[in-house]
Design a protein around this ligand. Structure first.
Ligand SMILES: NC(=O)c1ccc[n+]([C@@H]2O[C@H](COP(=O)([O-])OP(=O)(O)OC[C@H]3O[C@@H](n4cnc5c(N)ncnc54)[C@H](OP(=O)(O)O)[C@@H]3O)[C@@H](O)[C@H]2O)c1
Length: 263
């Protein structure tokens, strides 16, 4: 198994990507510590993992609250002795942000995703690094999306937030890789099997003049295989990146846009 006995912490583990990645990590032998803003939905994922024979523990942790993230990491170290993988997959609710042109958006709403994502990604990486550096080993993982690298419409501050996460991935790696800690990101194509994509479409439906089916077809038509991505494909790549098989990979965000975005 690719992650046998690795200790992984997942933030936003009740979410679509966080949950799928947590299940895949556990399926490859990792001990997974799941966290989320609310305990109940994280507990559901943890129970699934345990019933499938894996190791999982659930905890309520707000990933933008420094003392909460710190306390949780200390409890993981207490139980498991170390943290090998830190995976942040939180998604900031954006239904009130999307669909408003930048020319009409107020500064607080524009800044919200930029502040929340960069704060959470900095905190979880910074606190994990403090435990990984003394062990000279660890992997810190991030998740972004297409607007990190291409112009998009009616997305508020989401694109700048995604671009900031990719820059942070590179800078963390430049500082941490000499200490044995890799930092890698995933930039997945849209996954229509997650409600996230439909939720992102709804506020833009009117401006786009397209139905949901037409919009999905348009996104798919921009990929080389003419289809969108599955959660399983993203989780499989996360497992590989977290594993020692990817020891040569750091300071980069893997382009999972299936050809929609050239490197
Ligand atoms: N789904 C896709 O197709 C896709 C593709 C590319 C990139 N992405 C990006 O990947 C990220 C995750 O996407 P997703 O589809 O997995 O979203 P999701 O299903 O909405 O999951 C996000 C999770 O993060 C949790 N969360 C939000 N704020 C938090 C906080 N402060 N502390 C702890 N947990 C928090 C949410 O909890 P609550 O429900 O309690 O708020 C939710 O469980 C997003 O940035 C998204 O834009 C998604």
């Amino acid at each position: 198994m690719l992650l046998q006995d690795k200790v992984a912490v997942v933030y936003g583990a009740a979410g679509e990507i966080g949950g799928a990645v947590a299940r895949a990590f556990a399926g490859e032998g990792a001990r997974v510590f799941l966290t989320g803003r609310l305990q109940a939905p994280v507990e559901v994922v943890a129970k699934d993992i345990v019933s499938a024979g894996g190791y999982a523990e659930a905890a309520e942790v707000d990933a933008i609250d420094e003392p909460a993230v710190d306390r949780h990491l200390l409890s993981v170290i207490d139980k498991a002795g170390r943290v090998d993988i830190s995976f942040n997959a939180i998604g900031i609710p954006d239904t009130k942000i999307l669909g408003v042109p930048l020319a009409e958006l107020d500064i607080e709403t524009f800044s919200l995703p930029i502040t929340a994502y960069t704060r959470s990604y900095f905190l979880t990486a910074h606190l994990a690094a403090a435990h990984m550096i003394p062990k000279k080993s660890g992997v810190i993982m991030t998740v972004t999306a297409l607007p990190a690298r291409m112009g998009s419409r009616l997305n508020g501050g989401y694109g700048p937030a995604m671009a900031a996460k990719e820059a942070l991935t590179r800078d963390l790696s430049a500082e941490l890789a000499p200490a044995g800690v890799r930092v890698v990101g995933l930039r997945p194509q849209a996954m229509p099997d997650t409600p996230t994509i439909k939720d992102a479409f709804e506020p833009r439906a009117k401006a786009s003049g397209m139905t949901w089916e037409q919009w999905k077809e348009l996104l798919a038509s921009r990929t080389h295989p003419r289809r969108l991505m599955t959660l399983e494909e993203v989780a499989n790549m996360a497992v590989f990146l977290a594993s020692d098989k990817a020891s040569g990979m750091t300071g980069t965000t893997v382009n999972l846009t299936m050809g929609s975005l050239d490197d």
